[in-house]
Ligand binder design. Structure first.
Ligand code: MSP
Length: 677
């Protein structure tokens, strides 16, 4: 049936290390929760499992973010890194290690990796002149850029870099990489992503600049301290540096010939190329053999929130940690891993989150537990019937259920997480149907105690098995289930496979009173929660700067003594920099029906989509007069809802009376999205 080769007994799973120019968001939470669920699954199977996450703290992007925040790079990275470290347990994601690229243990080992590559002759000094995108921390060829030298991913202008650099002989590894992809089709997954990488490498590789001299915030190049390492050389190495030196026992997690280890890098699709091309090439250059490369690089898709691209400026108001505090970590984990096909793009939709919470968690799983415990209390006075495994009802404990159990495991092994959950919940659905068909209450009414016992014992057995199968995704609720079922907490041990199999005894001793596993809530509570989770725009003043430039209350309260008009007499640099002023170009403009003061503009801020801004400009300007005008936009103002679907996502700066307004502007050469500061 589903026989397959045994999985290696050591499993090492990594997330990307997150840039500290941002705080933890749902995209980061997604990979981290997936890695944690895989870690937990492998522990259940008796494997030695290890999960690594951490923060990527060097590079120009971070150096600039620190300057913007008015902090030294070290103080800045210390603060933000701590936020990541503290975030994951709130989602019940418990990494075994958290690496920071500014730690001495990392810096020393990454220098060691550099030395090995250099000793093999794969680094040489030259001079570089090309475009660089600080957002990607990556060099760009002209053909990768949009007109006007704009990065196609960040939609921001790239910078010309000209400096002395060390080159890495990437081109030399072209054929070895292609052979690797051919001989190990699993190395890059999913398949469609693998094909993209293969075509990219087949298109020809150029040597890669791997050091910089124009800034200092990086790991110094050994024996040449004028250079710091390219941030991706530094960052990718974390997966290896975190396992310590060559003789460190943790090295048992790193794959090698005859070694019983599987190492999987989970990454977003945007950073696959770095992991599937550069990283194996760096390792090969450092003397690793093909057998000593990671087992797999798995690229997941991108999340949108309620159908909208996640935008850093607005963050769509969604904070994964607040979500976990409201609904519990397990519900958030379940939605992330079940609603979004692992490997594809997907939407995190709040309405669907609530619908799935009720359908899958409360009604299917929770209800099965409650009904079974309720019936046991009622029909057998709460004493779980003790029957041998072969006396249980094969109408439920059928081949179908056994196959679903194995299929779920196979899907976990293959990183088809959403499908593993599908198989698991299919068992819960079958069990619910079984309760209806078997109707233990009817058997009790007939006085058929033996039948009642068979039915209840069978249901308790299936619930016990389900408590194991759901535990990678619902670690807390699995424990609650087990406590209610009178089962001991799950204690994974190396070499002991806890995945359900027949006859393992999944029935507890003393049952507890049933308590709803996932308490339900009505539409009003849902609306209230939605309001807390996706905050409504703050009440704004008018849409032009003449009044609205007085910034948010938070800024005003922290400032120096107020002036007579209530505004602070001075603000700090941090307070100023919190207001994102950006250059925009008006691309479209129209009147707003029945609102004679308002115009609806679509403004190019260098983002993927034009920003809709509603402004009180109609008494001064016709819509035509504004198209192509350069404007200054407050880009991070909370959205303002004018009702009837009219929402403004920013504000233009202007001065003067409402029928003679003058718009703040910017010189022609400045790219849309450029920040004023
Ligand atoms: N620091 C690098 C990774 C170095 S790994 C050696 C980096 N950091 S990041 O913080 O910008 O991104 C980390 C991860 O978040 C990436 O895998 C990226 O794909 C992921 N996501 C960012 N936005 C996302 C979504 N909207 N949806 C899903 N994942 C997203 O890149």
């Amino acid at each position: 049936m589903l026989d397959r080769p045994a999985m290696p007994s050591r499993f090492y799973v990594t997330t990307p290390i997150y840039y500290v120019n941002d705080v933890p968001h749902l995209g980061h939470a997604y990979t981290t929760v997936a890695a944690d669920a895989l870690r937990r699954y492998h522990l259940l199977r008796g494997h030695e499992a290890r999960m690594l996450t951490g923060t990527d703290e060097h590079g120009l992007k971070i150096e600039r973010a620190a300057a913007e925040a008015g902090k030294t790079p070290q103080a800045f990275v210390d603060d933000v890194s701590a936020r990541f470290r503290e975030a994951w347990p709130i989602l019940s994601a418990i990494p075994d290690d958290f690496i920071r690229t500014t730690e001495p243990r990392h810096e020393a080992r990454v220098q060691e990796l550099w030395r090995r590559v250099a000793a093999n002759g794969d680094l040489y000094k030259g001079s570089y002149e090309d475009w660089y995108c600080v957002g990607c921390e990556s060099f760009k060829t002209e053909k990768e850029l949009l007109p006007g030298n704009i990065c196609a991913l960040h939609l921001k202008p790239v910078e010309k870099v000209q400096e002395e650099t060390y080159f890495f002989r990437l081109a030399k590894f072209e054929q070895r990489l292609l052979a690797l992809y051919r001989d190990r089709p699993d190395f890059i997954q999913p398949e469609s992503r693998r094909n993209e990488v293969v075509s990219f490498v087949e298109g020809g590789l150029k040597d890669l600049s791997v050091s910089r001299t124009s800034f200092r915030w990086g790991v110094p190049v050994p024996d040449d301290p004028a250079h710091v390492m390219y941030v991706w050389f530094d960052a990718l190495a974390n997966y290896w540096t975190a396992l310590g030196g060559d003789t460190d026992p943790l090295q048992r997690f790193w794959p090698g010939k005859g070694k019983d280890a599987r190492a999987v890098h989970l990454v977003g699709k945007d950073i696959l190329r770095f992991h599937a091309v550069y990283w194996p090439a760096f390792l090969l250059a450092a003397g690793f053999t093909e057998d000593e490369l990671p087992s797999q690089v798995f690229a997941h898709g991108f999340l949108t929130i309620d159908g909208q691209k996640m935008s850093k400026a607005l963050r769509n108001g969604v904070d994964p940690l607040r979500l976990a505090r409201e609904l519990g970590p397990d519900a958030v984990r379940y939605q992330l891993l079940r609603a979004i096909a692992f490997g594809q793009d997907g939407d995190f939709d709040h309405k669907e989150l609530f619908a799935r919470y009720h359908a899958d968690l409360a009604n299917t799983l929770g209800n099965l537990l409650q009904r079974t415990l309720g019936l046991t209390t009622k029909l057998t006075a709460g004493k779980p019937p003790r029957l041998a495994h072969d006396a249980l009802d094969t109408a439920l404990l059928s081949d179908e259920v056994r196959e679903l159990e194995q299929l779920a495991a196979q899907r976990w092994d293959n990183l088809e997480i959403h499908r593993a959950l599908e198989s698991t919940w299919a068992i819960a659905a079958l069990a619910n149907q079984y309760v209806d068909h078997a109707a233990p209450w009817a058997a009790a009414k007939r006085g058929d105690t033996a039948r009642v016992e068979v039915i209840l014992a069978t249901l308790l057995e299936v619930l016990g098995r389900l408590s194991v199968m759901v535990s990678p995704v619902l670690p807390n609720k699995s424990e609650e289930m087990r406590a209610q079922l009178g089962l001991a907490p799950l204690l994974p041990a190396i070499g002991q496979d806890l995945w359900p199999t027949a006859g393992k005894g999944h029935r507890g001793e003393a049952l507890q009173t049933a308590k709803p596993l996932f308490p339900t809530f009505d539409k009003d509570a849902e609306r209230a929660m939605l309001e807390r989770l996706v905050p409504k725009p703050e009440p704004a003043t008018t849409a032009t700067a003449t009044t609205a430039i007085a910034p948010s209350a938070a800024i005003a309260t922290a400032a120096a003594p107020p002036r007579a008009d209530g505004a602070p007499s001075s603000i700090t640099y941090e307070q100023f920099i919190a207001v994102e002023l950006r250059v925009g170009v008006v691309r479209e403009c129209e009147r707003v029906p029945k609102k004679d003061k308002l115009l609806r503009l679509r403004v190019d801020l260098g983002e993927q989509e034009l920003r809709v801004i509603v402004a009180g400009l109609a008494q001064t300007f016709t819509p035509e007069a504004l198209v192509d005008r350069r404007v200054v936009v407050v880009a991070n103002l909370a959205p303002r809802d004018f009702g009837k679907g009219l929402v403004s996502h920013g504000m233009l700066l202007a001065t003067g009376p409402s029928d003679a307004l003058a718009l703040a502007s910017a010189p022609d050469g400045v790219a849309p999205g450029s920040r004023l500061k």
